[in-house]
Design a protein around this ligand. Sequence first.
Ligand code: SF4
Length: 693
Amino acid sequence: MPLDIVSSVCPHDCPSACALDVERAEPAPAEAGGRRLGRIRGAEAQDYTLGVVCAKVARYAERQHHRERLAQPLRRIGEKGTGLGAFKPISWDDALDEVAEALTRATQRHGSETVWPYYYAGTMGLVQRDGINRLRHAMRYSREDLTICNALSDAGWCAGVGAKRGVDGREIKKSDLIVVWGGNPVSTQVNVMTHIAAARRERGAKLVVIDPYRTATAERADLHLAPLPGTDGALACAVMHVLFKEGYADGAYMACYTDDPAGLEAHLATRTPAWAAAITGLAEDAIEGFARLYGATKRSYIRVGYGFSRSRNGAAQLFAVSCLPAVTGAWAHEGGGALYSNLGLVDIDHTLIEGLDRLDPSIRMLDQSRIGPVLTGDLRDLGDGPPVTALFVQNTNPLVVAPESRLVHRGFARSDLFVCVHEQFMTETAAMADIVLPATTFLEHDDVYLGGAHTWLQLGRAVLPPYAECRSNHDVINGVAGRLGAQHPGFAMNAVELIDRTLRLSSLPGVENFPEGGRLDCCPPFATGHFLDGFPQADRKFHFRADWRAIGPAYARLPAFPDHVAAIDDGDPERPFRLVAAPSRSFLNTSFNNTPSSIAREGRPTALLHPEVLGELRLGDGDRVRLGNRQGSLVVHARGFPGMQKRVVIVEGLWPNHAFEEGIGINLLTSADPGLPRGGAVFHDTSVWLRPA
Ligand code: SF4
């Protein structure tokens, strides 16, 4: 029986940012500490979450009370990478002193850019995620280019639309056609399916899924198109070709709201369904059928996923897709338009949290996706600057999640590299650290959250006491900053003070004045949400001609009009297969890949192979198969799966490295090449060979 139910917000790297109802219970008598966590449910009162959360967060007690949670600061006394046995407990004061001394020593020897605070989105809370930048800027440490997830998709969306916002996800229920393109919400954003289900139930809406394999979402679709990975731009162009040719294009809308419809139409004249069929592997009539369905439906809503953000040409692909509602004028209709992310909707002043008033743009920026090349001294990254000799890591696990794992592992193994990792578990990255600090979970600290999928700004207050000696990211940053003598007002505030001041600086209600339940709906008026008062570009138009020069340095490799950009790892006779390292349902990057129910559901690292390929390799379900390319090879178990083209191989994850026979995981095979035009990790853009193992 729960003692009470309190509000919270899911902090994980997921656009839904679900509003949560958290059950708290008294601990069992033998247990020390405060209340235990019961079940977590979606909050009914928040009308995007609508009472639904994914299974992995519903079972959060498994993670919160996991017997392997880190309980106290640790100093490594044994071999790197061997786990908890290589560490011994130390006091917080000693741990923070050692961290500060190591960062100071490194700076004295090589200059401040030798220190690289390294983080990502293990929590999406603005204070506990981004506060590390305040330390970075105050101490003039190397900057971090946040490319590992959304650099490519942001670039593609903003090329046409102009800002990172789109039509409110709650309008899906008013759509007649929902196109889920490059995402698998059944596994990764369950709330999208709630709203799609309402549209199907109440309006008879159709669902189209475009994804290289028959995901759980595609299983539920009226139509599934499975193009080869990295070819969605060609599909989008051919769809637009049909829209123009067959009279579905809305000339009046385009004349008012877009920059160059005539130029676009002329450009698309050669982008026929036959042209796209040869690139995508789809049938011409399938492309035409989808184009007619889309063109005939004004209330058509494209829900764009993050799959686009994983290919060298991902920005160009997403840009092409974002042009569709501007051709048909679907943006103008309730339930019409598109959404990639609403993270740019609320104008938050990040100065205090991130110390942006101390940012010196002359300090070098290192690409987080290229941590392997950076740590192994690649001069393309380091230039004339010093080597990275000190890392301070929060909210990420690069030994598993970063591409070119072999280089990442080699870099972390350097004896001259000092590493501090602040974590909830002894991750594989933490196991390589000199000092490991135990971190609170979202239930144990305060923060404020935006949502990519919706329009709510939400406060998440601590609802449980910190486990054992765990401290929040904010407290640790302030503790290190104090020892280093770093100066910034944010270091003297607690998390609630920082949130409160940030909200007020952003012309939003402060903490005490926030609406009941800690949720503020920032949904703009209909005309703004649908860009009827103009797109957020300088000329207020949607751009069919992308200004890539304004977005990234590799602009010259991208065409202005939407197109297929052949800058992908499209294989050769040696590596004919296209590997997609897709997210699984039960893991979220590497979060949850250590909870019993998630592991039980996912089984083991598995390659989905087309049944004909399985037969040609003389393999059966469950047999071992070796996947490889120039970067190395690894063994997984094979399973026949007909829902994709023969050239496609799917390995869902992310599994820890130790789950693979040879101790290194799927990112051994993925490349740290930067996507176009401004970087981005290319996890779904990998050609491989296959052999029986
Ligand atoms: S669907 Fe996403 S935001 Fe919602 S509970 Fe699950 S991980 Fe968190």
